[in-house]
Design a protein around this ligand. Sequence first.
Ligand SMILES: [Zn+2]
Length: 326
Amino acid sequence: MEQNQIRTIRSQLLDRRERLRQITSQSGTNVHFLNLLKEVDSALERMDSGTYGICMVCHDPIEDEQLLINPLIKVCLDHLSNEQRRTLENDLDLAYKIQLSMLPKNDLLLNGWEVYYHYEPAGAVSGDYCDIISSKENPSDLFFIIGDVSGKGIAASMLMSHLHAMFHSMVPLGLTTSQLTEHASRLMCESTMSSHYATLLSIKAESNGGIEICNAGHPSPLIVKKDRLHKLEATGMPIGLFCDSEYSVHKTTLESGDILLLYTDGLTESFFNDEEYGIDRLSKFVLRNAALPPKELTNKLVEDVNEYIKGTHKRDDLTIMAIRKS
Ligand SMILES: [Zn+2]
């Protein structure tokens, strides 16, 4: 675990110790609080002696994620008791349910746009961000947003929910996609999790077909216009890396039947025998199937990737969103 993460945990533990000391100084204290105080003391002692984050059974490092979930833990995943394992599984289950509740409605026809998405974590939770936002304040504008937080697991999923909250509070302010991206980057950069960053694609779509695309270091979205494929390269760095990043936008107009495909790198970087699915294969697939409605296109693409990896485990979270001007 990185030193700055340990410092963050340490200050949390010191804060908890203070509160526990206040509670346990009163008479008739619950034995549970006394035991908790002992555990917090013991974790702080392990930090001082340099043994924090080392499994007491096998002496290997404990997974960072486990320490972020429970900073008092003393053993690695392999050496949890059955009860501890069950508790962890329940926590992860609940975290994923919360994550699913943050996804937008699927299979939509909104403001003249047909949309369908596929969202699939590689592990128990996903670090991908997938959203469709409209606001009462600007009902004619619709935002499609896809992001990929660096790293995996619980920490990445927490940042994903952070992005979700940021965009839902910023979209009603009527900002452009470049302003949204710049604000999100600064907020993320200034937050305590500054060791993380995210690639992000935000698209503002008007009901007349006009779209504005801001791409912060994200894999190129594909557009099929009248049987011709266009790749839109990134217009800036991933968000969260630099506090004052600026972003430019692509603008174009889609006609009825044109397709826009967004995805995270879990798609193009799906591997079989060390060879990735790749942008070329994806481009050909999209050109061949551009006449399909978004739902069929997305499902067929997921099938194609699953066929490609031949049942091997997906290494990364996967998100695909197909959008068609109706
Ligand atoms: Zn162990």
